[in-house]
Design a protein around this ligand. Structure first.
Ligand SMILES: Cc1cc2nc3c(=O)[nH]c(=O)nc-3n(C[C@H](O)[C@H](O)[C@H](O)COP(=O)(O)OP(=O)(O)OC[C@H]3O[C@@H](n4cnc5c(N)ncnc54)[C@H](O)[C@@H]3O)c2cc1C
Length: 381
């Protein structure tokens, strides 16, 4: 395909996604109805519509129901959906699980998980535990080998969308070695497995994350994804994809907060003129616009690099994208709220929702501090 055809195809895809967003989620009333007044981060009906259009599996292989496009198209999709505040929190996470199973699973698992995702099902990934957050390799939730499968005991926490998920990609310990990165294994655990309890955690963002409790939960041998004990390497292989998808999502969120701030300062008048005409405000808008432009260039560049060289050494760049975009999204929401005065704090406007959504983005999928650690490693620090 020539470069100009690829650019035209991408532009047409962006236009189609924007039209969908406008139609399904264009008004505050539609968004309130889809999110139970802002308390639900995911709406399964909208998620299924996206799957029906063939968009969810945009970056997955056609053999398993995907569209066979690249990371760039997946980023474009997530960015536009986030910009339109479409409540599909489970989409990006499910995409990451599907990519992992496509890469390391058996054909039966690919049909089940990648195929299921492309049909609109939700999947979660469970790594974090109460005592293993940033130091996730210290996890202790354990799966013992028993006749015909594994018996799981332990706890996971902060698991996004587990209350919507059909199946959870569980990262747990199966072996004991002196190296904490060894002996970690991926298992597919259906959410209706006896012995698994899912309990929602109330947060500033509403219902989005859950505690998982495993008490003698049994899964059969064919729940194993990839090699037993090799989950750390399997996780590392998908990290660049995960970080750039996360960055693309928060780029969309940041654009939404920025657009709302600009709309407000253009029309709100004080001292007989629009507040956006005061230098103190317009220079801040100019700074935020510049930051946003840097973010967009970074995300699109990293996505392109990963598409060109899927196993390329881009952990520095992917971490930079995640760090820069999420910090910017948070900053724009805080600045936007300040520029809107009391209105920014009111539920009558979207800014308070932008802030609630963006404030946590610098914590999940690796905190900003951990991204800086990864970036610094590239300089042997
Ligand atoms: C909304 C949300 C959704 C999530 N979704 C999922 C999910 O779907 N699946 C999943 O497995 N997990 C999920 N998580 C968990 C998330 O990945 C962890 O919260 C994150 O890794 C941080 O772990 P922690 O909260 O235990 O903080 P901690 O690791 O205790 O860190 C606390 C603070 O200390 C800092 N810190 C820690 N170590 C260092 C260091 N070496 N150097 C400098 N600073 C350091 C951190 O950066 C942070 O600021 C989610 C979390 C949230 C809030």
């Amino acid at each position: 395909m020539s470069t100009s055809t690829a650019v035209e195809d991408r532009r047409a895809f962006v236009e189609a996604v924007r039209a969908f967003v406008e139609r399904e989620c264009g008004t505050r009333e539609q968004r309130a109805a889809l999110t139970s007044n802002g308390s639900e981060a995911h709406n399964q009906e909208i998620n299924r519509k996206l799957a029906g259009l063939g968009w969810s599996g945009v970056a997955l292989e056609t053999a398993w129901g995907g569209a066979g496009a690249g990371v760039t198209e997946a980023c474009v999709l997530l960015e536009e959906l986030a910009h339109g505040q479409v409540p599909v929190f489970g989409l990006g996470i499910s995409m990451i699980v599907a990519r992992t199973v496509q890469e390391f699973g058996t054909d039966a698992q690919r049909e089940d998980v990648v195929g299921g995702f492309c049909r609109g099902e939700v999947f979660s990934v469970a790594m974090s535990e109460p005592d293993s957050g940033s130091d996730v390799a210290s996890l202790s939730c354990r799966a013992e080998r028993v006749e015909g499968g594994y018996r799981i005991n332990g706890q996971k926490t902060w698991i996004s969308c587990a209350h919507y998920a059909r199946t959870i990609l569980l990262v747990c310990r199966t072996g004991s070695t002196s190296d904490k990165h060894e002996g970690i294994t991926m298992l597919l655990v259906p959410t209706d497995t006896p012995g698994l309890m899912i309990r929602p955690i109330d947060t500033l963002g509403g219902r989005e994350v859950n505690d998982l409790y495993f008490t003698d939960a049994f899964v059969p041998d064919d729940a194993l994804v990839g090699l037993e004990g090799a989950a750390w390497r399997q996780l590392m292989a998908g990290l660049n994809f995960e970080r750039v998808l996360c960055a693309a999502t928060f780029l969309g969120n940041a654009r939404a907060a920025f657009d709302d701030a600009v709309d407000y300062v253009r029309t709100r008048e004080q001292f007989g003129r629009p507040i956006g005409s005061f230098q103190a405000i317009k220079h801040r808008i100019a700074d935020l616009a510049t930051e946003l432009e840097c973010c967009a260039l970074l995300v699109h560049d990293v996505a392109r690099k990963i598409d060109e060289e899927p196993d390329g050494p881009y952990s520095r760049e992917a971490s930079m994208a995640k760090l820069k975009v999420t910090e910017t999204a948070k900053r724009i929401s805080i600045e936007g709220m300040q520029m809107m005065g009391g209105a920014g704090y009111s539920t009558e406007y979207d800014m308070e929702q932008h802030l609630r959504r963006n404030i946590i983005s610098t914590v999940f999928a690796g905190t900003s501090e951990m991204q800086r650690e990864i970036i610094a490693k590239a300089y042997r620090l």
